[in-house]
Structure formats: C-alpha cells, structure tokens
Ligand binder design. Sequence first.
Ligand code: FES
Ligand SMILES: [Fe+2]
Length: 383
Amino acid sequence: MPDVPTKASCPPPSFDEAKNRRQRARAAGMDPNYWYAVGRSADLRKGQVMATRFWGQDIAVFRGEDGRLRAVEDRCAHRHIKLSTGEVVGCRLVCPYHGWEHDGDGNVKIPHDLFGRPEPRLRIRSVPVKERYGLVFIFPGDPQLATVRDVPTIPELEGDDPWPHAIVQFDCEGHFSMLLENVSDFTHGFLHRKYQPFYGQDLLRLDVHEDRVEVEYATKVAAGRLQDAFVRRLPTDRNRMVACYDYPYHWSNTDDRIKHFLFTLPKDERSNRHIFIFYLHPDGMKLPGVPGRLPRPVLKAMMAFARKFTLEPLLGQDVWVIGHEQEGWDAHHDKPAPELSPVVKAFQDLTIRKWREHLERTGGSDLVRVRPCRPSSGAEAGT
Ligand code: FES
Ligand SMILES: [Fe+2]
C-alpha cells in the first residue's frame, strides 16, 4: 500500500532558512521603501480611522475634520492599545482608554491631571500618506525616501477626462507572491473557465529587466460571453496581452485599450490586500446595437456592472484558490512542487532579490516572524 503523504512536521522555513527558490519566495517580504495602497479613499471619510498593516507593522490611517489624511503607528504612547480602536477628534487620534491625543506627526498630548509633573514629550512614529486614483497610499519605509519616490503614474486616470475604471479590492489569506504569480501565469485559465478573462497561453516573450519582468502572451483577452458583448472588437486587438511585474506593482496592457494596475499590500506572511484598478479606453466599450462612443454616465454604469458581475466573482476565484494554495504550502512545504512556467520562476527571482537587497541594506532579518523571546533577568520595572 502506498504511503499516505504526511504533513510537514515544522512550519515553513524563514527567508534565512529557505533552501530553494520557492521557499525563499514564500518567506520574502516587500521592500517598504515604496508607496503601498491600503484602501479606497471613499472608505475613509472625515473623522474615520482605518487599521492597516505592512509586513507586521500595524498602522492607523485617519482623516481629520479638515479632510486631510494622517497615518501613525497603531499604538497608543501610554499602554500600547491600538489607536485604531479610538476615535478622531478634530485632527487628532484619541485613545479610548485614558484619552491621550496623537496628532499626525505622532506628537502626544495628555488631557488629564499630570499630578504635578511636567507633561512628558512623547512621540510615536508617523507614516507618510497620500491619495491618488481614489486610493489611499502609505510609505512604510524611510520617510525621507517618500519625497524621492512617488506613487506610480497612470496617465489614463489623470486629468478631467479619465478612462472609465473599476476598483476591486480584496483581502487574501495567502503569501503575496502567490497572487503576483497568479496574475501573470495564464496556465491557470482552467480555474476561470466559467468567466474566461483570457483563453490560451502561448508565451511570446519574457524579458527580465532590473526591477521589472515583462511578459507577452498570445491569448484571447476578455473571451467570456459577457465581456465579449461589452468590449468593442475593433479597433482593439484582443489577441495579445502584455503583463508586467513592475516591482512592487503589477500591470497589464491589451493594445493600449484594456489595462489594469494592481497594488499589493503584504500585511504579513499569510495575509494580504490586493487592489486592482481596471480601466478601458472609452472607445473600447460598446452596448449592443448602440453606435459610437457611449456617454460618460453610461460608461461608468457599465464599469460598475462589470465589477459586480465579472471582475469580483472572477477575482474571488483567485482569492479562494490562493487560500488553498497557502494551506497546501503550510502542510507540504517540504515536498517538491514542480514549476513548469518560466514566468513564475522569473517573478520569484525578482521578489527574492528585492527582499534580499532590502535586508542587506538595513542589516535586518525576517521582520514579521515572531520568535519566542526569554525575559531578561534584569527587566526594568514600569514607572
Ligand atoms: S492606554 Fe491609551 S491613553 Fe492610556
Ligand atoms: Fe486568476
């Protein structure tokens, strides 16, 4: 009787412990010195706070009554309660316990009796934050670099007449590398056989640049019946697609008419947020029987329809399968996983190299993994 495969006896290896490419990719983090999208602007109104996370660092983003966004580490300076459990008063984030107030620069004001002591000068870390394309971005790394490096430019979404677009946001229980590989590995068309966002996967080109891996497929884009009905066949050439891992982002382009941009937020080793913006040239959309360019409100309504009935269910399939891929990884990371696609290997190499470079620059090691620590005998008593 053949042996029943047993689960690995230990958790997946850390980046330092990894012995092969896949193990390294599945343990890598992302370089914090980029802008990362954490959510939609519309979900953070005046007076609201949002809890987010970047590779194990908890961050609270809030919008003051003046409409401006601010972000600080999600930790009250007093007893380290999460500030995101508190409330925004004016332009400060107030802890729910003793009411200590934290401004967007991380300065702290104590509102209660100081028992005759001078007010201590306390400060928590603040995080650069900005908005663009209807999204909220944070810069979790060195704040000085936040002014040097910007959110990527998407010209089609700028100006008074941006292309019709749809934002799809979802949280995924799996390492971020799994989804990044998924979006450029067209061999998983089987999973999407009901919606058929692409059909066929002949790899025409795989170019590896410094911080970019660009691929081109011969594939029928928007092949499903519903998409076919709403995407104008001419003049768009829907038989090829270029996709790119443009570290740490991902985008695709079909004939300069159908595009997407993907922002990935690696919260920790097993939990991520992905925010897609899909955008179509206004001349690339049609309503059966209606000639010419469609009015803007109609295009907007069509994108909302596409989001609800095609994009969200389609990406829901990826979220579902990646949850299972993570489960499989946790249980069987010690077994071989044959990788046939050169695209996946190239993506993993880029993820690994960028993380290694970050660790070498900072002298850090695996930041997110919590390791048991022994209390020191001379631990200081709190005051
Ligand atoms: S724990 Fe936050 S004010 Fe005391
Ligand atoms: Fe997919």
